[in-house]
Design a protein around this ligand. Structure first.
Ligand SMILES: CCCCCC/C=C/C(=O)SCCNC(=O)CCNC(=O)[C@H](O)C(C)(C)COP(=O)(O)OP(=O)(O)OC[C@H]1O[C@@H](n2cnc3c(N)ncnc32)[C@H](O)[C@@H]1OP(=O)(O)O
Length: 320
């Protein structure tokens, strides 16, 4: 395994050159109730003050990321996955970039944050080549590092303080589907599909889907997705409550962005506080679920079922 993995790693792994990223502090997401009240009243009573809190993107430079395009305009920060030739598969570096981009968005002056994909896919999930980059500590160490990264990655979505919207422009696979349960709205093109083939890959659910999916769609439908790997159309995902609304692909971008621009003009503090009210009771539970899922996956990654499925994909013997 180590020899094959090493050869595949050399073939697959990206250059070690990393573009430096600005060190971004995490914005405290728990203000005092008093401050929230003062902010909220200010935003509702003073339109001029509210507009200073939501500056359009003119004064914002575009942050440099290797695998994302992040822009901020009209009160909306857009985080776009940008590895279209890899169907926007999430590499190790990309997980880090997404976390940085979300942390930056959580404290910028936008009101809404949108996640979307560049090209024909929304995202094909975890980059299966991530597991070929074996550290000196071996596969056990790799599994441990991956579990920590996964827990941090999903935790960033759990804690995200503003309305978070997914604009699902095409097929979505794996972790890009499971974390949708942590978004506040999901708009999908009718070209999009939703696929979590964990059993096919010898894996188990992450992204808190083991908790959010049964809650959203009921245990029986969640089983079909998370255990049997049933791929849903956008219409099916909408009927089951995972997707907010489906649009024809021909008008998808225009319709969704028109709507989001209107929503972004709503008072930002009010939206943020409403999100807290809706989500905060669940946060502790979600972090516990995230920790448990990550720890179970740490074991799964070392299983023969998972290693064989990954090797089959990387050696071009299998696709979904
Ligand atoms: C480590 C931290 C956390 C891990 C969390 C656990 C996460 C779990 C998951 O996300 S499970 C889901 C994993 N994803 C997959 O299994 C998808 C694998 N990809 C495919 O089956 C297919 O590529 C496809 C169905 C998505 C698209 O098929 P097709 O339209 O025929 O395109 P290509 O296969 O030719 O794709 C183009 C190019 O991209 C490479 N690629 C696509 N997806 C991935 C991927 N997920 N990982 C690695 N590489 C991917 C594909 O191999 C092609 O490469 P090539 O041009 O042949 O070199």
């Amino acid at each position: 395994m180590a020899g094959v993995a090493g050869r595949l790693a050399r073939r697959w792994c990206r250059s070690a050159v990393r573009r430096p990223l600005k060190d971004l502090a995490i914005c405290p997401n728990q203000e005092t109730a008093r401050q929230n009240y003062v902010d909220l009243v200010s935003s509702l009573t003073s339109s001029s003050e509210s507009s200073t809190q939501v500056k359009p993107g003119a004064d914002r430079g575009q942050q440099e990321y290797e695998n994302l395009v992040v822009t901020s305009e009209d009160g909306i920060t857009k985080i776009m996955f940008n590895r279209p030739t890899r169907k926007n598969a999430i590499s190790t570096q990309m997980y880090q970039e997404i976390m940085l981009a979300l942390k930056a968005a959580s404290k910028d002056d936008s009101t809404i944050t949108v996640v979307t994909g560049n090209g024909d896919y929304y995202c094909s999930g975890n980059d299966l080549a991530n597991f070929t980059d074996i550290p000196p500590g071996g596969v056990e160490e790799k599994a441990k590092q991956s579990a920590i990264m996964l827990r941090d990655f999903v935790g960033t979505f759990i804690d995200f303080p503003k309305p978070l919207v997914a604009v699902v422009n095409g097929p979505a696979v794996g972790i890009s589907v499971t974390i949708l349960g942590l978004f506040d709205a999901v708009y999908a093109s009718d070209r999009a599909t939703f696929h979590t083939p964990f059993s096919h890959l010898g894996l188990s659910p992450e992204g808190c889907a083991s908790y959010t999916f049964p809650k959203i769609m009921g245990p029986a439908k969640a089983t079909e997705m998370l255990i049997f790997g049933k791929k849903l159309t956008a219409g099916e995902a909408c009927a089951q409550g995972l997707v907010t609304e489906v649009f024809p692909d021909s008008t998808f971008q225009k319709e969704v962005w028109t709507r989001l621009k209107a929503y972004s003009k709503l008072p930002p503090n009010s939206m943020r506080i409403s999100k807290q009210v809706i989500r905060n009771m669940e946060k502790e539970k979600l972090h516990a679920v995230n920790a448990e899922e990550s720890s179970v996956l740490q074991e799964r990654w070392l299983s023969d079922e998972c290693i064989n499925a990954t090797m089959n994909f990387l050696s071009k013997k299998a696709k979904l």
